[in-house]
Write a protein that binds this ligand. Structure first.
Ligand SMILES: Cc1ncc(COP(=O)(O)O)c(C=O)c1O
Length: 361
């Protein structure tokens, strides 16, 4: 058992670790899970029995409301290793805040920020040997919440589970990506759930993404719901363009996920002396800038990739190809990676160390 200032989290360790079977140089994407999970249940208005226990199946009633009405949200974050082998989290309170924004939008209860952060920290302390040390690799953390009350009827559930699982991850998207600007399907409309990390948003994106892949692209570039004209974001990333030496990114208007990497990249770019403007951006503006040779770089930002450079964008019958050199994208990516591993100074105070003594108490 382990105590901390705010929450007592019971820890039960597994007697059979899978760690020895993992080749950190060859980690299958999203299929490998660590030995333990954090779990707690919400009932009668409060979160009960927070604990870390061996990863296991969860019995689910067939009427569990998440399965029918979709009250399910999640987060994505990463643990890296810094100096002296200290595990580090990148801005975990921001994930906690966004989690609770998502929860509120879906009529779900909040998880106290300190419980969210403590759950993640203590799970990382227990699983720290699963953090791959290789460059660009990390331990991916997946906090999520769903309605498990068995009930048929449309209302907010009264019981939920909040769980955190971990999956070691090699570098994602090391190649440049090709985006397909979608003019039929939409991801989010104002007033909808686009700004929440709701499971249903991703379900609705699966078919359009498969269709984009069949056309030779990697991900969908989402356009606005009303006019199919304004750029929103990419599958699981926000997007930045460099035109005439200056950066632009779509403003968050309620239908775009407020990426934590997006916010960090805006700060880093400004710190490096670039002008960054958050504003509405039309796909036509990007196509035109490209035809005039003014579109210098474009990249997606997200926890999984940090920065994914964009090679090409398809829109209607046209495909634009971006310049092959991406000096600023490369520089920003290496700055983020260096901050995350304490190779460079964390001057914005983003990294939160994980105290390993928690594990052994
Ligand atoms: C739809 C969507 N947009 C943007 C992002 C990037 O957000 P972050 O930088 O917080 O990972 C993600 C990933 O979480 C996402 O799923």
């Amino acid at each position: 058992m382990s105590s901390d200032k705010t929450h007592t989290i019971e820890i039960t360790k597994t007697s059979t670790s899978g760690l020895a079977e993992i080749d950190f140089n060859n980690i299958p994407l999203g299929q490998t899970f660590t030995d333990h999970m954090f779990i707690c249940e919400y009932a009668e208005g409060k979160w009960n029995n927070p604990r870390i226990e061996p990863l296991a199946m969860i019995p689910t009633h067939p009427a569990a409301m998440a399965l029918h009405y979709g009250q399910a949200i999640f987060e994505g974050m990463k643990a890296t290793v810094g100096k002296n082998n200290t595990p580090l989290l990148f801005r975990p309170e921001e994930n906690a805040k966004r989690f609770n924004f998502s929860a509120a939008r879906l009529g779900m209860p909040a998880v106290p920020t300190d419980l969210f952060v403590e759950a993640v920290k203590q799970l990382v302390a227990v699983e720290h040997q699963w953090i791959p040390p290789q460059d660009g690799s990390a331990l991916y953390l997946r906090p999520f919440m769903y309605a498990d009350e068995p009930f048929i009827g449309m209302r907010a559930a009264t019981s939920y589970k909040f769980i955190v699982i971990c999956s070691p991850a090699g570098p994602f998207f090391t190649k440049k990506i090709r985006l397909y600007a979608e003019t039929g399907y939409i991801r989010a409309a104002a007033g909808g759930t686009g700004e929440a990390k709701a499971a249903g948003n991703y379900a609705a994106a699966i078919l359009p993404t498969e269709k984009a892949k069949a056309k030779g692209f990697d991900q969908v570039l989402w356009l606005d719901a009303n006019e199919h004209k304004y750029i929103q974001e990419v599958g699981t990333m926000n997007i930045f363009f460099k035109i005439d030496g200056k950066f632009i990114t779509p403003e968050t208007d309620g239908s775009i996920l407020k990426g934590i990497t997006r916010d960090s990249v805006i700060t880093l770019l400004r710190d490096k002396g670039f002008e960054v403007t958050e504003r509405p951006i039309t796909i036509d503006e990007i196509m035109l800038a490209s035809s005039k040779g003014k579109l210098e770089e474009a990249f997606g930002t997200g926890t999984a990739v940090a920065i994914a450079m964009i090679e090409a964008i398809g829109y209607q019958e046209e495909i634009i190809t971006l310049p092959t050199t991406n000096p600023v994208s490369i520089d920003v990516k290496s700055t983020i990676d260096a901050i995350k591993t304490q190779v460079t100074e964390d001057k914005f105070g983003w990294m939160v160390p994980v105290d390993l003594t928690v594990e052994s108490t």
